[in-house]
Structure formats: C-alpha cells, structure tokens
Design a protein around this ligand. Structure first.
Ligand code: SF4
Length: 435
C-alpha cells in the first residue's frame, strides 16, 4: 500500500515531501477498504525515515553519552528487490548490504527470514489449536494470516468486532525480530532494550505503522521493539546519497546470530513470496491432523491469480481447504463471504498487495526503460533462487525456543511471539460509502 494524503502535499518514496497536483478520484476508484491513512498515521510514518538512522549514527560518532547499538534487520523481499536493481544474486546483495550498513557504523545486520521461522512455527501451532476447538468455537476458523499490516489496518477499521477473532495472533516476522532484538539480543549483550536502536528494511510503508503500534512498545524501557522502518526504496536512496552502487560496496561476513544461512548463502522458505504461510501451515496440518504427508501443493486459481485455493482430499472428502487472497478486491470478497457464513476455508493467507510482498509499495521502482511485470518476475526469481529450509529443522531457532522461550507453546512464547488487535470505532459521516 502507498501512503495517501488527500492534501496538496504527499510523502514520496524516500520519506521526503512532494507537492501534489490536484488528484481526481471518483467513487469508482474507492474500494471502501478503509486503508487510507489518517494524519496521525502519516506523522508516524515521517518519524521513521533513513534520516533518523543517520541521526543516531552521527550521535554515536560524536560520542554522546547515550550511545546506541544500531541493529538492522533486512527482509528477504527487500534483498531481492535491491539485488534486481544491481544485477546481483539475493545472497550477494545481502552480503553487500551488510558491508554497506557496517561501513556506516551499524553493529549487527540480521535477516528477517530467521524471525519468519518463528512466525511460521507459531502459525502452525495456532492453527492446530484453532482447528481442534472449531466445534465449540464458531470463530476459531477460518484462521486469517496476520503478517500483513495493510490487511490488519483494514480489518481493524472495517468490520473490526466481527473479523478480528478470526485473525491469527501470531506476530509478523518484523515484530518477531523486534522481540528477538530487544529481548534476547539485549540480554546477550547485557544491555537494556532502549540502548539498542533497531531498524528494519521492508517492502512496504505499512510496516512503519505496524512498528508504531502501542502493542509493540515496551513501556518500562520506553522504547519500541522496532525503532525505525525503512523501505527497499529508501535503502536505494541512502546508497545514492552516499554516491555508492551496491555492486561496488565490499561484502561483509554475515551476522549469523539471527540470520538463516547455509555457509555464506542466505536460505528462505518455500511457498509464496509473502512468507509461505499457507504452504507451511497446510503441510503441518495435513500431517498433524490427518497423518497425510504432503510433498507438493497444487494451487487452483479461482477468480484471478491473486485468489488461489489448495485442498487436501481423501476418499472424495475435503479435509482441508486453504486459500491465498491478495489485493483489496479479493479481500473484500472474502470478508463478505465470511459475513454471509459462506466461507468454505479453514485458513486464508491474506495480503493487501496484489501479487503479495514482492510487489510491495516500498520496493525499488522500475527504471524508465524497465517493464514493471518483468521486474517483478526478476525479483521473484531472485527470491526463489535461495535454498529453502523447513523452520522445524533450524537448529538455532530450536535453541532459542528451548532456552529463552522455555519451550514450544509455553506461556513465555505466547507472550513474546503473539499480539492482539483492536477494533477501530467507525466515524459516522456522510462521506463513508457502504458497499
Ligand atoms: S502484502 Fe506485504 S508488502 Fe503489501 S502491505 Fe502487506 S506486508 Fe506490506
């Protein structure tokens, strides 16, 4: 999603302000998705720009008493987007980004595929719990994935009380990393959370709003779990401001504490470019609930390629029916079906952007001579070229579960790896369109 401000000034991709021509919007353009950001939200977005990182790094260099350990966590979608711009492999882009950030004074550079493993494992566990209580809890299913803040924003502002019980409480990879960095890492370094300045690099602006949610603010330490979010496009802007091409930046060894790597190569997860939630929950549920080992998923395209379905059938009976629903038109259809009690799904991977996170509004834009579709395909190919790992088999993840979180499914894991949602009361004015 793009930040839209219906005034004469708008935020551009690098966080600066730009004078707008008067926009012409008709009712036909409105999806009634409630996704427009408010002025308070736009203020939160401006507070999170690459200028903030430079400010902290400058203060560190100037030797101010309140020194901060700066940590940057890069999403695999952003890595692929920057790799496409500089004709690098995704891993090579990751190593060079590590070199770039460390050259600026950043202490650690991590990879949010690592924290996504926690998000996938918790989603799997939550789904099994919900499936088992579906007979006495009508709001247990379908479980709606929650990693997309654009979708969460819509869910909270539209039909909140109705829809929110279905939304998975599992944190997104960004906020899992927030918990790991300000909790686990701070403990390892013997620091308090506010002594760390945690930056994430993400494919969309909505992640800035997610990081600003009060649910991810540590009251005692008076700090956010993610202090600043910058987009892939803002990293490009930083490189340009430093007069650097990522291809010429020297690579640096990866920080393996919170990175999913095999040797010097990054690893990823199977499934969609939005995290593979459907893929992993489906395979896990098929084994755990029905003893069926699924090696490959067959996606059936429904209304369009952003609305797909996967089923597990046995003897002509559908045991599991999952869907991936991307873009607001498809999301609206899903919500309407749910309201009419006609949704046949057990799980839905919901993402606000058509084509999902690889196509996020904060990704690097095509050059004038580049075709948008071709660029998206290139980014997807680079993203998929990484070797896939199964979260259950990641030793480092298992170690953190058993030490810091006291084990899978334990109270501490629920507290640190889950969140909650809040219905936003609707303002009743004549401009609201009811579809
Ligand atoms: S689909 Fe992905 S990129 Fe788009 S708004 Fe959601 S989280 Fe951001």
């Amino acid at each position: 999603m793009y930040p839209v401000k219906v005034e004469t000034v708008a935020l551009n991709r690098d966080g600066g302000k730009q004078k707008l021509e008067r926009a012409k919007i008709s009712l036909n353009d409105c999806l009634a998705c409630s996704g427009c950001i408010t002025s308070a939200e736009s203020v939160l977005i401006t507070q999170q720009s690459h200028e903030e990182i430079y400010k902290v790094l400058r203060n560190n260099k100037a030797g101010v008493p309140e020194q901060k350990v700066v940590v940057v966590s890069v999403s695999p979608q952003s890595r692929a987007s920057l790799a496409a711009r500089y004709s690098l492999s995704s891993s090579e882009a990751g190593r060079r980004l590590t070199g770039f950030f460390k050259g600026l004074g950043v202490r650690y550079v991590f990879d949010t595929s690592f924290s996504r493993s926690f998000s996938l494992l918790e989603s799997q566990r939550e789904f099994i719990e919900r499936f088992r209580r579906r007979d006495h809890d009508k709001q247990a299913l379908p479980m709606l994935a929650s990693a997309c803040p654009g979708w969460i924003c819509y869910a909270e502002k539209t039909h909140g009380e109705f829809i929110l019980p279905y939304v998975s409480t599992t944190r997104s990879p960004q906020q899992m990393m927030g918990s790991l960095v300000k909790g686990f890492l701070a403990g390892q370094l013997d620091l308090s959370p506010e002594q760390i300045f945690h930056v994430t690099v993400m494919p969309c602006y909505d992640k800035k709003l997610e990081a600003s949610r009060p649910d991810f603010y540590l009251k005692e330490a008076e700090t956010r779990e993610v202090d600043c979010v910058i987009t892939s496009g803002e990293v490009l802007k930083m490189l340009e401001e430093e007069k650097l091409s990522l291809s010429d930046v020297e690579s640096a060894p990866l920080d393996t504490m919170f990175s999913s790597v095999c040797g010097e190569e990054f690893t990823g997860h199977a499934g969609s470019g939005s995290g593979g939630y459907l893929h992993h929950v489906f395979i896990h549920a098929a084994t755990q609930l029905f003893g069926e080992e699924v090696k490959e998923l067959t996606y059936k395209t429904l209304k369009n390629r952003d609305f797909q379905e996967v089923t597990l059938e046995k003897d002509g009976v559908v045991l599991l029916r999952f869907a991936a629903t991307y873009g607001f038109r498809n999301i609206q259809n899903l919500v309407q079906k749910l309201k009419r009690g006609k949704s046949p799904y057990h799980f839905v991977e919901v993402m606000a952007c058509p084509s999902g996170c690889l196509n996020g509004g904060g990704q690097v834009k095509p050059l004038p001579e580049q075709d948008n579709k071709e660029l998206l395909q290139r980014v997807e190919d680079l993203y998929r070229a990484e070797q896939c790992v199964v979260p259950e088999e990641e030793q480092r993840v298992a170690d953190i579960y058993h030490t810091w979180l006291h084990g899978v499914g334990e109270e501490r894991a629920r507290e640190l790896l889950h969140t909650q949602y809040h219905a936003v009361e609707k303002t009743n004015n004549g401009l609201l369109v009811k579809w």
